[in-house]
Design a binder for this molecule. Structure first.
Ligand code: FA5
Length: 369
């Protein structure tokens, strides 16, 4: 714009804008914190009473012929004010590391915001938990309902009702995790279980359950026949850990009681279960005669693995004494029961050769499943 042919009105308008722009630059450069910045922002660019707004109203007083030049000048001033505001905003909200301790300064200085972030690693279910879910799914399709029982048990459910009398070696404290609150003599042994001081009220001995067969009793005690259940959970035995044993492991218990249940039903259900789990041609199972106090007859169930056989669990027809102990009439109903080691099934499924690997919590191992 040349000054020679400029009207007084336009000259005045331009001068007031230059003044406003200079004042804004100075004010924004001087703000020291966010509150002061906000105050200056409202003062200069506030929509209602800001100085820019007031200057814009001055446009109306400029001659019609000067309006294009005045409008251009206003836009330039507005852009300058907004640029000063933005510069102040960046200055106020940017971390100043110059006064920070040297350690923090180093950390911040080495932070490269252009690097892609580290992706979050998604966790997943433990292989044993996956096996349990698959087992529940298959047995559910075979009509078995999953139920749960307590891990801390009394001797009635863990032994007596299962036809394991007080003199039975399976009740020896060295073969079970009795709890320290028990004061009674552990049956079948002269070893006294640690407990409260002499004279304290005797309590019922409790132990960490050594088998899920306890749940058979709890279900039958509270449910009239027929019953068709599975129960999956942790059991505890003071076994020395080796490739196929661990002191804490999981079992799946199955129980079917109804009129006319036979050993043939037991074998069909176990075969169907294994074939569904591993695939029809993948697995062979065999039954070996065995003994459990709570089943008669009893079998051990093995599955083929690595050119040999691996014991998967025990099974049999529910002993009439057990049916009587829970108030069932063995003349009316019969039943089968089985208890399989969940880890053994999981190991065979994934080709895991040592059970301890499942509990070492090595993420490199666990992340493979
Ligand atoms: C029992 O526990 C019986 N309650 C099974 C049963 C249920 C029989 C119903 C009849 C009727 P056993 O002690 O054999 O049986 O254990 C069953 C399975 O648990 C074993 O075959 C094995 O697969 C697994 N198992 C036993 N001890 C361990 C251990 N220390 N670590 C890992 N798995 C184990």
């Amino acid at each position: 714009m040349t000054t020679s042919n400029v009207s007084d009105g336009l000259r005045e308008f331009c001068a007031s804008l230059d003044e406003l722009s200079a004042a804004a630059q100075q004010a924004f450069a001087a703000v020291a914190d966010a509150a002061a910045l906000e105050e200056a922002r409202v003062d200069f660019t506030g929509a209602k009473a800001g100085k820019l707004k007031a200057a814009q109203q001055g446009l109306g007083k400029v001659d019609k012929a000067d309006k294009p030049a005045a409008g251009k000048k206003f836009n330039e001033a507005k852009a300058a004010v907004e640029a000063a505001l933005e510069a102040a905003r960046v200055r106020i909200h940017t971390v100043d590391i110059s006064g920070v301790s040297s350690t923090l300064t180093g950390a911040l200085a080495s932070f490269d915001p252009t690097q892609p972030g580290r992706p979050f690693r998604l966790g997943h279910l433990h292989p044993v938990t996956q096996t349990i879910a698959d087992m529940k799914d298959i047995m559910g399709r075979l009509g078995f309902t999953a139920v749960e029982g307590p891990e801390i048990e009394d001797e009635w459910h863990n032994f007596e009702a299962l036809n394991i009398p007080a003199i039975h070696p399976a009740r020896d404290p060295l073969d079970n995790f009795y709890l320290a609150t028990a004061t009674a003599l552990a049956p079948g042994s002269s070893n006294r279980v640690p407990g409260p001081a002499a004279g304290a009220a005797p309590e019922k001995p409790l132990l960490l359950r050594s088998q899920t067969s306890t749940v058979q009793i709890r279900v039958m005690e509270s449910t009239p026949p027929p019953v068709r259940i599975i129960s999956l959970g942790r059991v505890y035995r003071p076994d020395t850990a080796d490739a196929t044993h661990y002191p804490m492991f999981h079992q799946i218990e199955g129980l079917l009681v109804d009129r006319g249940v036979t050993m043939a039903d037991l074998k069909s259900v176990l075969r169907l279960f294994c074939q569904s789990y591993f695939g029809k041609d993948e697995v062979h199972i065999r039954f070996r005669p065995s003994f459990f106090p709570f089943t008669e007859p009893s079998v051990e169930v093995d599955m083929n693995w690595q050119g040999g056989w691996m014991e998967m669990g025990g099974a049999g027809m529910v002993d009439p004494n057990v049916l009587r102990a829970v108030g069932y009439d063995p003349e009316e109903v019969t039943g089968f029961a089985f208890g399989l080691g969940v880890e053994r099934v999981c190991m065979r499924q994934h080709g895991i050769t040592d059970i301890r690997a499942l509990y070492e919590n090595d993420v490199r191992f666990l992340s493979q499943f």
